[in-house]
Design a protein around this ligand. Structure first.
Ligand SMILES: Cc1ncc(COP(=O)(O)O)c(C=O)c1O
Length: 391
């Protein structure tokens, strides 16, 4: 993000944001599709011989999905709603990997009828359920075991998923029971893959490397028992910086991540798959909001926006800090708390930050809102959902 001619601009093509406020009705997410393409190309170039299945939960905007599909991505989904959105946006059933801990009977039935590429299984009862439904439909379900390696990564506890006490994935000790279930449903289940997802916002990779090595050994062992096993899905989770813009350092972390992945898995006889979300779209979106009030108390000054935790919940959910900039460059700045309109004390974007001098009706951009922004938005307090624009 930078100012050109005093206007805040987004992405590699430096697109000005002010023009988008001409017909402003309500808070608006803006996504730069060229920026997304740049990120996708960087990641697919680094992760050689890996098929990228974009994690739709990060940003399910139809134009974003169409763009990623046009670049060659598959889709990683976690609900029938996401399956439908992916199909409407041009993905084929064979482009879709279906993850998630709570798949219902209806969702599994629909996924099997559609012929989804692969279902990442999260528990023994789920495997039983898929086996029984596939049998009743006279189909053979292609499943991957999502294994929980019990390895920790440095991230917020709410987005770590690879530890024993997380609900995600299956313990390695459950493999004998899983294999017995495959035997029981040998006509309706085929083990095609092993999958892993350690969590989100990974910026350091020692735990990730340990998990890959652990699961590589399991994969080799399973391949002897399951001849159809040919995919290793190493999940998503590569992090981005929210406190600064340093795309070069992020690309160098991407290279480290890719090197570790390919060093550990490169000699396996299998197809590699990944499920990135945040890294592809996080920086490529901003949330434009309008200043409603400058409220001064004896303690501090609050800038009250028309958008808050209802539109971008990451600050109140994970204590995430999204930088905020005025759309028009201001020469003077002041120290303020930037807050939303919601009736919760946690509805705060930033505390005691320096913001360009703003007045009522001015616009600000909340940065790095391309991932887990709109997709986690709600109508809490019955405010409308934000608008979305792709540029
Ligand atoms: C199973 C799975 N795959 C991929 C992702 C994408 O993670 P990220 O957006 O951090 O890359 C997630 C995110 O929670 C996930 O749960």
């Amino acid at each position: 993000m930078e100012y050109i001619n005093n206007e805040l601009c987004l992405g590699p093509l430096k697109k000005s944001l002010s023009v988008l406020t001409t017909d402003y009705m309500r808070p608006t997410y803006v996504y730069d599709l060229d920026f997304i393409a740049q990120r996708y190309k960087a990641m697919s170039g680094a992760l050689k011989n890996t098929r990228l299945f974009y994690a739709v939960k990060a940003n399910p905007n139809a134009q974003v999905l169409q763009k990623l599909k046009s670049l060659g991505a598959g889709a990683d989904v976690v609900s029938l709603g996401e399956i439908k959105r992916a199909l409407e946006s041009g993905f084929q059933p064979q482009d879709i990997v279906y993850s998630g801990v709570g798949k219902t009977k209806h969702e599994i039935t629909e996924a099997l009828k559609l012929g989804i590429l692969q279902i990442n299984v999260e528990s023994l009862p789920e495997l039983e359920r898929i086996g029984a439904i596939a049998k009743s439909l006279n189909k053979k379900a292609a499943v991957a075991f999502r294994l929980n390696p019990d390895v920790s990564i440095q991230t917020h506890p709410y987005i770590a998923t690879g530890l024993k006490d997380n609900k995600f994935g299956m313990e390695l000790s459950s493999l004998p029971k899983l294999m017995a279930c495959l035997d029981k449903f040998s006509d309706s289940l085929e083990l095609v893959g092993v999958s892993l997802h350690l969590g989100s916002q990974m910026l350091e990779f020692s735990g990730y490397e340990e998990a890959l090595k652990k699961l590589k050994a399991v994969f080799i062992d399973l391949q002897k028992k399951a001849p159809g096993l040919r995919k290793f899905d190493f999940g998503g989770g590569l992090g981005i910086f929210y406190d600064r813009t340093d795309l070069e350092l992020e690309e160098s972390l991407l290279q480290d991540y890719a090197k570790i992945t390919l060093n550990v898995l490169g000699d396996l006889d299998c197809d590699l798959q990944s499920e990135p979300g945040r890294w592809l779209v996080g920086h490529c979106g901003v949330l434009i909001a309008q200043v409603q009030y400058i409220k001064t108390t004896s303690e501090k000054t609050f800038v009250v926006l028309d958008s808050g935790m209802n539109h971008l919940i990451r600050p109140s959910l994970y204590e995430a800090q999204h930088r905020i900039m005025t759309l028009k460059k201001q020469n003077e700045s002041h120290t303020v708390d930037i807050v939303g309109p919601i009736c919760e004390s946690s509805d705060v974007f930033l505390k005691s930050v320096s913001l360009g001098q703003v007045r009522e009706d001015d616009f600000v951009a909340i940065l790095d809102g391309g991932a887990y922004g709109y997709s986690m938005a709600s109508v809490y307090n019955l405010h409308e959902l934000p608008n979305e624009i792709c540029i």
